[in-house]
Ligand binder design. Structure first.
Ligand SMILES: Cc1cc2nc3c(=O)[nH]c(=O)nc-3n(C[C@H](O)[C@H](O)[C@H](O)COP(=O)(O)OP(=O)(O)OC[C@H]3O[C@@H](n4cnc5c(N)ncnc54)[C@H](O)[C@@H]3O)c2cc1C
Length: 312
């Protein structure tokens, strides 16, 4: 199946989701085209020239940063010129801004937050979650010869290996726009980006009390980990929103995810189950977190924390 991937970049950096989209595109057989829409597309063409990419469409636009309307109009024109069977975007804030509008305008099939995709008898089948991630279901697109999919980040491995794609300068006139990027607001001091941490120590309601948080912050510091949490701690105002892992929080994929007193609700698992090594501590042997954990201890988290404190 011919696939058009739209590269994502922010502040001059290619977003990792782009290489994940390319992996998914390759699995559909190809040919794979990657659109790089940027003021200076050449800044990203080497990074997306990985194995399996057949052609890179370098589209130069006036805007320094991502703009919904610019992306929508450029991708719309690329689709009409290139006629891909499938268009892959990240399930990201940027692509959520224009992907659904693009699909509606072109009357294509559409699915968001897709976690698996395959070709079956010449038709596309996508898998996504429903009912707050309680159920996974398959979606097909009868009557649609083109489908736009938003793929969940960190679900596919990043594509790698040197590629030999041709780079084509695509001349596409972007539609004039209304909203404009004004600037970046830096994360407030004290907040961290848990999505880039290699080691997350994540605490849940099992820690019992707000007063106990300090102990785990100190433990995380001593272990070289970043402290994150499940949602109830954020809802209670104990932890900042930026530290919440899960469906309505951040999707993380650290090398190590140490979960203390987290039950493993589907909404939590949705944000961390692809972590490299998951270690869970819970007094309840039936806790769902053990279904995704590589290592688990049915134990009191405070006792485990005490032992860890002795080690660090
Ligand atoms: C639309 C929607 C979106 C949501 N989004 C998110 C989200 O993004 N992230 C998220 O986390 N949740 C989310 N939730 C909430 C989710 O359903 C759960 O309620 C939540 O994840 C539970 O958090 P928890 O595991 O910390 O608490 P609990 O489910 O209360 O689990 C606490 C665990 O601690 C264990 N425990 C207690 N004491 C100890 C001890 N001393 N030692 C060891 N273990 C102990 C218990 O056995 C229990 O398993 C969402 C819900 C909805 C409906």
């Amino acid at each position: 199946m011919s696939v058009l991937v739209v590269a994502e970049h922010v502040r001059g950096e290619l977003r990792p989701v782009t290489l994940e989209l390319i992996s998914a595109a390759k699995s559909l057989g190809g040919p794979v085209e990657v659109a790089v829409i940027a003021k200076e597309p050449s800044a990203f063409t080497d990074a997306v020239n990985v194995e399996g990419v057949d052609e890179i469409l370098a589209v130069s636009v006036d805007q320094d940063e991502f703009e919904n309307d610019v992306h929508q109009s450029v991708v719309e024109q690329l689709i009409s010129e290139r006629s891909p069977r499938v268009v892959l975007l990240g399930f990201t804030v940027n692509a959520m801004g224009y992907g659904p509008a693009l699909a509606a305008r072109l009357g294509t099939g559409f699915a968001s937050d897709v976690i698996a995709v395959r070709e079956e008898g010449g038709e596309l089948v996508a898998e996504r979650s429903f009912y707050g991630a309680k159920v996974n279901g398959e979606v097909d697109f009868p009557g649609h010869d083109r489908v736009v999919l938003l793929l969940r980040p960190t679900t596919w491995p990043p594509a790698e290996g040197a590629g030999s794609a041709t780079v084509t300068a695509a001349s596409v006139a972007a539609r004039a726009s209304r909203a404009r990027h004004q600037g970046w607001v830096e994360v407030q001091a004290g907040d961290v980006d848990i999505t880039t941490a290699d080691f997350l120590l994540s605490v849940g309601r099992g820690i019992g009390d707000k007063e106990n948080l300090e102990q785990f912050q100190e433990l995380a510091d001593a272990m070289g980990a970043t402290l994150s949490s499940s949602r109830p701690l954020v809802d209670a105002g104990w932890m900042p929103t930026a530290r919440q892992v899960g469906q309505s929080g951040k999707t993380v994929k650290p090398k190590v995810y140490l979960a203390l007193g987290i039950s493993g609700a589907v909404q939590h698992l949705a944000g961390m189950k692809t972590s490299g090594t998951i270690i869970a501590v819970n007094t309840d042997p039936e806790a769902a977190i053990f279904n995704v954990a590589h290592y688990g201890a049915v134990a009191d988290l405070f006792e485990v924390a005490e032992e860890l404190e002795k080690l660090y």
